[in-house]
Design a protein around this ligand. Structure first.
Ligand code: FAD
Length: 307
Protein backbone atom coordinates (compact mmCIF):
# COMPACT_ATOMS: atom_id res chain seq x y z
CA UNK A 1 0.00 0.00 0.00
CA UNK A 2 1.31 3.43 -1.00
CA UNK A 3 0.11 6.73 0.36
CA UNK A 4 0.17 8.29 -3.10
CA UNK A 5 0.45 7.09 -6.69
CA UNK A 6 1.30 9.70 -9.32
CA UNK A 7 0.34 8.58 -12.83
CA UNK A 8 2.56 10.09 -15.54
CA UNK A 9 6.11 11.44 -15.35
CA UNK A 10 5.81 14.60 -17.44
CA UNK A 11 6.35 18.05 -15.89
CA UNK A 12 3.16 17.75 -13.79
CA UNK A 13 3.93 14.27 -12.44
CA UNK A 14 7.62 14.96 -11.75
CA UNK A 15 6.84 18.25 -10.03
CA UNK A 16 4.22 16.44 -7.91
CA UNK A 17 6.87 13.85 -7.04
CA UNK A 18 9.38 16.56 -6.01
CA UNK A 19 6.83 18.29 -3.76
CA UNK A 20 5.46 14.98 -2.49
CA UNK A 21 8.89 13.66 -1.52
CA UNK A 22 9.75 16.90 0.24
CA UNK A 23 6.47 16.63 2.17
CA UNK A 24 7.50 13.14 3.32
CA UNK A 25 4.79 11.26 1.40
CA UNK A 26 5.37 7.57 0.62
CA UNK A 27 4.78 7.69 -3.14
CA UNK A 28 5.48 6.02 -6.45
CA UNK A 29 5.32 7.51 -9.94
CA UNK A 30 4.18 5.23 -12.75
CA UNK A 31 5.09 6.06 -16.35
CA UNK A 32 4.31 4.06 -19.46
CA UNK A 33 7.19 5.46 -21.54
CA UNK A 34 10.45 7.14 -20.52
CA UNK A 35 10.00 10.00 -18.00
CA UNK A 36 9.71 13.47 -19.52
CA UNK A 37 6.34 13.60 -21.26
CA UNK A 38 5.62 15.71 -24.34
CA UNK A 39 8.59 17.99 -23.68
CA UNK A 40 10.87 15.19 -24.84
CA UNK A 41 9.65 15.84 -28.39
CA UNK A 42 10.43 19.57 -28.17
CA UNK A 43 13.71 20.73 -29.61
CA UNK A 44 14.18 23.76 -27.37
CA UNK A 45 12.20 25.38 -24.58
CA UNK A 46 12.48 29.15 -24.40
CA UNK A 47 9.69 30.03 -21.99
CA UNK A 48 10.39 27.99 -18.86
CA UNK A 49 11.54 30.49 -16.22
CA UNK A 50 15.04 30.19 -14.82
CA UNK A 51 16.90 29.52 -18.06
CA UNK A 52 18.36 32.59 -19.72
CA UNK A 53 19.04 30.72 -22.95
CA UNK A 54 16.75 28.14 -24.55
CA UNK A 55 17.19 24.68 -23.03
CA UNK A 56 16.74 21.44 -25.02
CA UNK A 57 13.46 19.74 -24.04
CA UNK A 58 15.17 16.46 -23.10
CA UNK A 59 17.66 18.31 -20.85
CA UNK A 60 14.97 20.19 -18.94
CA UNK A 61 13.07 16.96 -18.32
CA UNK A 62 16.16 14.98 -17.46
CA UNK A 63 16.89 17.65 -14.80
CA UNK A 64 13.35 17.32 -13.40
CA UNK A 65 13.60 13.52 -13.36
CA UNK A 66 17.01 13.57 -11.65
CA UNK A 67 15.74 16.10 -9.10
CA UNK A 68 12.79 13.82 -8.25
CA UNK A 69 15.08 10.77 -8.02
CA UNK A 70 17.62 12.64 -5.84
CA UNK A 71 14.80 13.28 -3.39
CA UNK A 72 14.09 9.53 -3.38
CA UNK A 73 11.12 9.26 -5.74
CA UNK A 74 10.61 5.82 -7.28
CA UNK A 75 9.61 5.95 -10.96
CA UNK A 76 8.19 2.65 -12.20
CA UNK A 77 7.97 1.90 -15.91
CA UNK A 78 4.41 0.62 -16.11
CA UNK A 79 1.21 1.73 -17.82
CA UNK A 80 -1.94 2.35 -15.84
CA UNK A 81 -5.02 0.65 -17.26
CA UNK A 82 -7.71 1.52 -14.70
CA UNK A 83 -8.39 3.13 -11.35
CA UNK A 84 -11.23 2.10 -9.09
CA UNK A 85 -12.24 2.79 -5.54
CA UNK A 86 -11.55 -0.33 -3.49
CA UNK A 87 -12.24 -1.33 0.08
CA UNK A 88 -11.62 1.14 2.92
CA UNK A 89 -11.69 4.15 0.57
CA UNK A 90 -8.39 3.16 -1.07
CA UNK A 91 -7.75 3.26 -4.80
CA UNK A 92 -6.95 0.08 -6.71
CA UNK A 93 -4.63 0.94 -9.59
CA UNK A 94 -4.45 -1.75 -12.27
CA UNK A 95 -1.52 -1.73 -14.66
CA UNK A 96 -1.06 -3.23 -18.10
CA UNK A 97 0.68 -6.50 -17.35
CA UNK A 98 -1.53 -7.20 -14.38
CA UNK A 99 0.27 -5.70 -11.39
CA UNK A 100 -2.00 -3.81 -9.01
CA UNK A 101 -1.02 -1.01 -6.65
CA UNK A 102 -3.17 0.15 -3.74
CA UNK A 103 -2.99 3.79 -2.67
CA UNK A 104 -4.77 6.19 -0.39
CA UNK A 105 -4.53 9.02 -2.94
CA UNK A 106 -3.87 9.34 -6.68
CA UNK A 107 -2.67 12.24 -8.82
CA UNK A 108 -3.59 11.83 -12.50
CA UNK A 109 -0.91 13.55 -14.60
CA UNK A 110 -1.13 11.67 -17.88
CA UNK A 111 -1.14 14.79 -20.06
CA UNK A 112 -2.49 14.93 -23.56
CA UNK A 113 -1.84 13.41 -26.99
CA UNK A 114 -1.63 15.20 -30.31
CA UNK A 115 -4.77 15.05 -32.46
CA UNK A 116 -4.86 13.39 -35.87
CA UNK A 117 -6.37 14.95 -38.99
CA UNK A 118 -8.34 11.78 -39.80
CA UNK A 119 -7.95 12.21 -43.59
CA UNK A 120 -7.13 9.59 -46.22
CA UNK A 121 -3.40 8.93 -46.42
CA UNK A 122 -2.60 10.10 -42.87
CA UNK A 123 -2.40 6.67 -41.25
CA UNK A 124 -0.93 5.06 -44.37
CA UNK A 125 1.97 7.54 -44.55
CA UNK A 126 2.68 7.97 -40.84
CA UNK A 127 6.41 7.37 -40.56
CA UNK A 128 6.74 7.68 -44.35
CA UNK A 129 6.31 11.43 -44.66
CA UNK A 130 3.60 12.13 -42.09
CA UNK A 131 4.93 13.14 -38.66
CA UNK A 132 3.73 14.64 -35.36
CA UNK A 133 7.21 15.60 -34.16
CA UNK A 134 9.45 17.98 -36.08
CA UNK A 135 12.25 17.54 -33.56
CA UNK A 136 12.26 13.82 -34.24
CA UNK A 137 11.86 13.83 -38.02
CA UNK A 138 12.85 17.22 -39.49
CA UNK A 139 16.36 16.05 -40.38
CA UNK A 140 14.85 13.57 -42.88
CA UNK A 141 13.59 16.54 -44.90
CA UNK A 142 16.84 18.30 -45.74
CA UNK A 143 16.29 20.51 -48.81
CA UNK A 144 12.75 19.10 -49.18
CA UNK A 145 9.37 20.83 -49.29
CA UNK A 146 7.25 20.20 -46.19
CA UNK A 147 3.81 21.25 -44.98
CA UNK A 148 3.01 22.05 -41.36
CA UNK A 149 -0.70 21.86 -40.50
CA UNK A 150 -1.97 24.09 -37.67
CA UNK A 151 -1.89 27.66 -36.45
CA UNK A 152 -1.17 27.57 -32.71
CA UNK A 153 2.09 27.91 -30.78
CA UNK A 154 3.22 24.35 -31.45
CA UNK A 155 2.61 24.56 -35.21
CA UNK A 156 4.51 27.86 -35.45
CA UNK A 157 7.41 26.60 -33.32
CA UNK A 158 7.70 23.40 -35.28
CA UNK A 159 7.51 25.26 -38.63
CA UNK A 160 10.39 27.48 -37.49
CA UNK A 161 12.38 24.42 -36.43
CA UNK A 162 11.80 22.77 -39.83
CA UNK A 163 13.36 25.76 -41.61
CA UNK A 164 16.74 24.51 -40.37
CA UNK A 165 16.38 21.61 -42.81
CA UNK A 166 13.60 22.06 -45.37
CA UNK A 167 13.91 24.24 -48.47
CA UNK A 168 10.30 25.37 -48.08
CA UNK A 169 7.73 25.06 -45.26
CA UNK A 170 4.09 25.56 -46.22
CA UNK A 171 2.19 26.53 -43.08
CA UNK A 172 -1.39 25.41 -43.70
CA UNK A 173 -4.03 26.93 -41.44
CA UNK A 174 -7.81 26.77 -41.64
CA UNK A 175 -8.30 30.40 -40.59
CA UNK A 176 -7.03 33.69 -42.08
CA UNK A 177 -4.64 34.38 -39.17
CA UNK A 178 -2.51 32.25 -36.86
CA UNK A 179 -3.43 31.79 -33.19
CA UNK A 180 0.09 31.40 -31.82
CA UNK A 181 2.01 33.89 -29.66
CA UNK A 182 2.70 37.25 -31.34
CA UNK A 183 6.47 36.80 -31.08
CA UNK A 184 6.25 33.45 -32.87
CA UNK A 185 3.98 34.93 -35.53
CA UNK A 186 6.55 37.67 -36.13
CA UNK A 187 9.35 35.12 -36.51
CA UNK A 188 7.24 33.06 -38.90
CA UNK A 189 6.37 36.07 -41.03
CA UNK A 190 9.99 37.18 -41.20
CA UNK A 191 11.27 33.75 -42.21
CA UNK A 192 11.67 33.53 -46.00
CA UNK A 193 11.45 29.72 -45.99
CA UNK A 194 7.94 29.69 -44.47
CA UNK A 195 4.99 30.29 -46.78
CA UNK A 196 1.61 30.70 -45.03
CA UNK A 197 -1.37 28.98 -46.71
CA UNK A 198 -4.47 30.44 -45.05
CA UNK A 199 -8.13 29.39 -45.14
CA UNK A 200 -7.22 25.86 -46.10
CA UNK A 201 -7.97 22.41 -44.71
CA UNK A 202 -6.20 19.21 -45.70
CA UNK A 203 -8.60 16.76 -47.34
CA UNK A 204 -6.09 14.03 -48.20
CA UNK A 205 -2.42 13.16 -48.15
CA UNK A 206 -1.40 11.53 -51.40
CA UNK A 207 1.45 9.50 -52.80
CA UNK A 208 2.58 6.10 -53.78
CA UNK A 209 4.77 4.50 -51.13
CA UNK A 210 5.62 7.94 -49.67
CA UNK A 211 4.06 11.39 -49.40
CA UNK A 212 4.01 13.27 -52.69
CA UNK A 213 1.25 15.88 -52.29
CA UNK A 214 -1.60 17.17 -50.16
CA UNK A 215 -5.07 18.08 -51.36
CA UNK A 216 -6.40 21.28 -49.80
CA UNK A 217 -9.90 22.71 -49.70
CA UNK A 218 -10.34 26.47 -49.52
CA UNK A 219 -12.61 27.12 -46.50
CA UNK A 220 -14.11 30.22 -48.18
CA UNK A 221 -14.64 29.05 -51.78
CA UNK A 222 -14.59 25.24 -51.39
CA UNK A 223 -12.10 25.17 -54.29
CA UNK A 224 -9.67 22.24 -54.21
CA UNK A 225 -5.98 22.35 -55.04
CA UNK A 226 -3.01 20.00 -54.74
CA UNK A 227 0.39 21.06 -53.41
CA UNK A 228 3.52 19.01 -53.99
CA UNK A 229 5.22 18.19 -50.67
CA UNK A 230 7.63 15.56 -49.37
CA UNK A 231 6.43 15.62 -45.77
CA UNK A 232 3.48 16.69 -43.63
CA UNK A 233 3.84 17.70 -39.97
CA UNK A 234 0.53 17.83 -38.09
CA UNK A 235 -0.02 20.04 -35.00
CA UNK A 236 -3.75 20.67 -34.75
CA UNK A 237 -4.42 20.23 -31.06
CA UNK A 238 -4.58 17.73 -28.26
CA UNK A 239 -6.76 15.05 -26.70
CA UNK A 240 -6.50 14.63 -22.92
CA UNK A 241 -5.30 11.16 -21.88
CA UNK A 242 -8.19 10.46 -19.52
CA UNK A 243 -9.71 7.19 -20.79
CA UNK A 244 -9.16 5.59 -17.38
CA UNK A 245 -10.70 8.46 -15.36
CA UNK A 246 -14.28 8.00 -14.02
CA UNK A 247 -16.65 9.74 -16.46
CA UNK A 248 -18.40 11.68 -13.70
CA UNK A 249 -15.34 13.95 -13.23
CA UNK A 250 -14.75 14.66 -16.94
CA UNK A 251 -16.11 17.68 -18.81
CA UNK A 252 -17.46 17.70 -22.39
CA UNK A 253 -13.89 17.81 -23.77
CA UNK A 254 -12.79 14.78 -21.78
CA UNK A 255 -10.72 16.94 -19.41
CA UNK A 256 -10.65 16.26 -15.67
CA UNK A 257 -12.59 18.88 -13.73
CA UNK A 258 -10.65 20.19 -10.74
CA UNK A 259 -10.84 23.09 -8.32
CA UNK A 260 -7.99 25.56 -7.80
CA UNK A 261 -6.28 23.03 -5.48
CA UNK A 262 -6.33 20.34 -8.23
CA UNK A 263 -8.96 18.36 -6.29
CA UNK A 264 -11.59 16.41 -8.21
CA UNK A 265 -15.01 15.75 -6.70
CA UNK A 266 -13.77 12.27 -5.68
CA UNK A 267 -11.94 12.58 -2.33
CA UNK A 268 -8.30 11.55 -2.70
CA UNK A 269 -8.27 11.83 -6.50
CA UNK A 270 -6.34 14.78 -7.94
CA UNK A 271 -5.40 15.89 -11.47
CA UNK A 272 -2.57 18.10 -12.71
CA UNK A 273 -1.26 19.37 -16.03
CA UNK A 274 -2.52 19.24 -19.62
CA UNK A 275 -5.33 16.78 -18.87
CA UNK A 276 -7.24 19.12 -16.55
CA UNK A 277 -9.93 21.63 -17.41
CA UNK A 278 -8.78 25.19 -18.15
CA UNK A 279 -5.13 24.21 -18.49
CA UNK A 280 -3.01 26.59 -20.58
CA UNK A 281 -1.01 23.50 -21.67
CA UNK A 282 2.44 24.82 -20.88
CA UNK A 283 5.31 23.29 -18.94
CA UNK A 284 5.35 25.96 -16.27
CA UNK A 285 1.61 25.53 -15.66
CA UNK A 286 1.88 21.73 -15.54
CA UNK A 287 4.72 21.98 -13.02
CA UNK A 288 2.70 24.42 -10.89
CA UNK A 289 -0.33 22.10 -11.03
CA UNK A 290 1.83 19.17 -9.94
CA UNK A 291 3.11 21.10 -6.93
CA UNK A 292 -0.43 22.15 -5.98
CA UNK A 293 -1.80 18.62 -6.39
CA UNK A 294 0.98 17.14 -4.21
CA UNK A 295 0.31 19.62 -1.40
CA UNK A 296 -3.44 18.96 -1.66
CA UNK A 297 -2.73 15.23 -1.50
CA UNK A 298 -0.63 15.88 1.60
CA UNK A 299 -3.54 17.73 3.25
CA UNK A 300 -5.87 14.89 2.30
CA UNK A 301 -3.55 12.22 3.73
CA UNK A 302 -3.15 14.26 6.92
CA UNK A 303 -6.93 14.51 7.26
CA UNK A 304 -7.20 10.70 6.90
CA UNK A 305 -4.54 10.24 9.57
CA UNK A 306 -6.47 12.53 11.94
CA UNK A 307 -9.83 10.84 11.40
C1 FAD B 1 5.95 19.58 -29.95
C2 FAD B 1 5.60 20.29 -28.64
C3 FAD B 1 6.29 21.43 -28.26
C4 FAD B 1 5.99 22.07 -27.03
N1 FAD B 1 6.72 23.18 -26.68
C5 FAD B 1 6.47 23.78 -25.48
C6 FAD B 1 7.25 24.90 -25.05
O1 FAD B 1 8.18 25.34 -25.74
N2 FAD B 1 6.95 25.46 -23.84
C7 FAD B 1 5.93 25.00 -23.04
O2 FAD B 1 5.73 25.55 -21.94
N3 FAD B 1 5.19 23.94 -23.42
C8 FAD B 1 5.43 23.32 -24.62
N4 FAD B 1 4.67 22.24 -25.00
C9 FAD B 1 3.57 21.81 -24.10
C10 FAD B 1 4.13 20.99 -22.93
O3 FAD B 1 4.95 19.95 -23.44
C11 FAD B 1 2.98 20.42 -22.10
O4 FAD B 1 2.17 21.48 -21.62
C12 FAD B 1 3.48 19.63 -20.91
O5 FAD B 1 4.36 18.60 -21.31
C13 FAD B 1 2.32 19.02 -20.12
O6 FAD B 1 2.85 18.30 -19.06
P1 FAD B 1 2.02 17.11 -18.37
O7 FAD B 1 2.91 16.58 -17.31
O8 FAD B 1 0.67 17.58 -18.03
O9 FAD B 1 1.80 16.01 -19.51
P2 FAD B 1 2.77 15.25 -20.49
O10 FAD B 1 3.99 16.02 -20.79
O11 FAD B 1 1.89 14.84 -21.63
O12 FAD B 1 3.20 13.96 -19.67
C14 FAD B 1 2.27 12.94 -19.39
C15 FAD B 1 3.02 11.65 -19.13
O13 FAD B 1 2.08 10.64 -18.75
C16 FAD B 1 2.43 9.42 -19.38
N5 FAD B 1 1.23 8.59 -19.49
C17 FAD B 1 0.14 8.80 -20.28
N6 FAD B 1 -0.77 7.82 -20.09
C18 FAD B 1 -0.24 6.98 -19.16
C19 FAD B 1 -0.71 5.78 -18.55
N7 FAD B 1 -1.91 5.26 -18.86
N8 FAD B 1 0.08 5.16 -17.64
C20 FAD B 1 1.30 5.69 -17.32
N9 FAD B 1 1.80 6.83 -17.88
C21 FAD B 1 1.02 7.46 -18.77
C22 FAD B 1 2.97 9.85 -20.73
O14 FAD B 1 3.80 8.84 -21.29
C23 FAD B 1 3.75 11.12 -20.37
O15 FAD B 1 5.10 10.85 -20.05
C24 FAD B 1 4.96 21.57 -26.20
C25 FAD B 1 4.26 20.42 -26.59
C26 FAD B 1 4.58 19.77 -27.79
C27 FAD B 1 3.83 18.51 -28.19
Amino acid sequence: MKELVIVGAGPAGLSAAIYGMRAGIDLVVIEKLAPGGQVMTTYEVENYPGFVDPIPGWELMSNMENQARRLGAEIRGVELSSIRRGSGGCFEIETVGGDAIRARAVICATGASLLKLGVPGEAEFTGRGVSYCATCDAAFFKERVTAVVGGGDTALEEALYLTRFASKVLLVHRRDAFRGAKLLQKRVMENPIIEPVYNSVVRSINGSGKVESISLEDTKTAAMKDLTVDGVFIFIGYRPNTEYVPGEILNEYGEVMVDSRMRTSIPGLFAAGDLRSDSIRQIVAAAADGATAALSAYDYLESLARS
